[in-house]
Design a binder for this molecule. Structure first.
Ligand code: HGY
Ligand code: MN
Ligand code: MN
Length: 409
């Protein structure tokens, strides 16, 4: 018989290829794409097989519910996301959903009912890889979404409102009173656990994130006839800004990071001086004040570069996610479950963003990190050992049991 952890990993592998990927080469699954819908259909079957009632909410999250002893009891949410970055690894997000399903399957197989219900959430737009926004679907659930944020279009001009009923979208919201807590299992996406020789770690909190879209406007011109001194080159300006962002972050504390992950030259051509360019800027640090000071410094430098090069500069903040501490009591429960499962409890901070940082506005949150090979993520070579997933499942099951005992006490 295949064990639950190995099955969770195998299911992530199965979801990493067509029709669950939008691309024939590697995994790309963006919010509301055909691959996203195909993945939801497959996960619906797995949730139902594990003993859950399954539905899709108005933000297109997929939810499976396993009732507690009393129908309508308060709910422990276990979740993560099923959208991916472009050319992704198989485990960033889906593994947390698959482990949630396995935790419920194990309860259902032994007919265990708890003093709370469990709902497994497969969130949609965590990565922000389709629309210029991120965490839309968990923000809808936590009730922290304002309507203007939903007014977004993808690179092909498809608006979110073309795909979903935006008036209904906020009805995905849950009430704080009905949610007991949120547990997310996720690969670490960093090298700390591997260096410690540990399969698992309890997350203490998630670093604050700021994300911007920057636009530059110069003058398009002939690459052969326009003297260098006369150019207003939107690509050269962008290049200088990318390096300025890197310089600011490199000079800061170790947890301060700044990334330009997308650069675009609309209508770019080899023999045309670019009239326009745009790029993204992502700035993070454990402390929001450190992050904000760095972002201000970077944007001040951008303004200086744009002024000197006579370029128009537009700056749009796409999101501002505060640092999110995990709940101390739930961290203790995860540590206790880790020790019970025969592993050394270990705590670490998350530099990556997660739906958990959004759910923290709604309920106490906990995160369990799994070691991934080389700490590599957002890369197709991402790898998780099935034995580590097995260990994570044992800890999640222990956490659920300990939380049940605490509720009964
Ligand atoms: O960007 C992040 O930190 C996450 O992977 N969405
Ligand atoms: Mn990711
Ligand atoms: Mn993720």
């Amino acid at each position: 018989m295949v064990s639950g952890g190995a099955r969770a990993v195998a299911r992530c592998d199965a979801l990493a290829v067509q029709p669950f990927s939008d691309s024939a080469e590697g995994l790309t699954r963006t919010y509301l794409s055909p691959a996203y819908h195909a993945a939801q259909e497959q996960i619906t079957a797995w949730m139902a097989e594990a003993g859950m009632t399954v539905w899709r909410d108005a933000a297109a999250n997929l939810i499976g519910r396993y009732e507690g002893r009393e129908p309508g009891a308060r709910t422990l949410v276990i979740g993560s996301h099923i959208d991916s970055v472009r050319n992704a690894g198989a485990y960033d997000g889906p593994l947390g959903v698959m482990l949630g399903i396995e935790a419920v399957a194990a309860l259902a197989a032994s007919d265990v009912r708890l003093p709370f219900a469990i709902e497994v959430y497969a969130f949609g737009d965590e990565e922000g890889s389709r629309f210029p926004a991120a965490m839309l679907t968990s923000r809808a659930v936590a009730g922290t979404l304002d309507h203007a944020t939903l007014d977004v279009a993808d690179r092909d001009g498809v608006r979110l409102g073309d795909l979903l009923d935006l008036a209904a979208y906020p009805s995905a919201r849950r009430e704080a009173g009905e949610i007991l807590g949120y547990l997310e299992a996720h690969i670490e996406q960093g090298p700390v656990l591997e260096a410690e020789g540990l399969a698992l770690g309890t997350v203490t909190g998630i670093a604050a994130q700021l994300r911007f879209e920057i636009g530059l406007c110069g003058t398009a011109g002939h690459a052969g006839t326009t003297a260098m001194a006369l150019r207003r080159d939107a690509v050269a300006g962008m290049a200088e800004m990318v390096l300025a962002a890197e310089e600011v972050a490199t000079a800061g504390p170790a947890d301060l990071v700044a990334t330009v992950g997308v650069v675009e030259v609309p209508s770019g051509a080899a023999n045309v001086i670019a009239g326009r360019s745009r790029f993204t800027l992502d700035v993070r640090a454990g402390d929001a004040a450190v992050r904000d000071r760095a972002a201000e410094d970077i944007l001040r430098r951008f303004r200086g570069i744009a002024g000197r090069r006579d370029l128009g500069l537009s700056v749009r903040q796409v999101h501002d996610l505060p640092a999110s501490p995990c709940d101390p009591a739930l961290m203790d429960l995860l540590d206790a479950a880790t020790a019970e499962a025969g592993h050394r409890p270990f705590r670490l901070v998350s530099g990556a963003g997660h739906d958990a940082m959004i759910m923290a506005a709604l309920c106490p949150t906990a995160m369990l990190f799994l070691r991934c090979r080389g700490g590599v993520s957002h890369n197709p070579v991402e790898h998780v050992e099935p034995a580590d997933a097995e260990a994570a499942l044992a800890v999640m099951s222990g956490f659920i049991r300990l939380l049940g005992a605490k509720c009964d006490a």
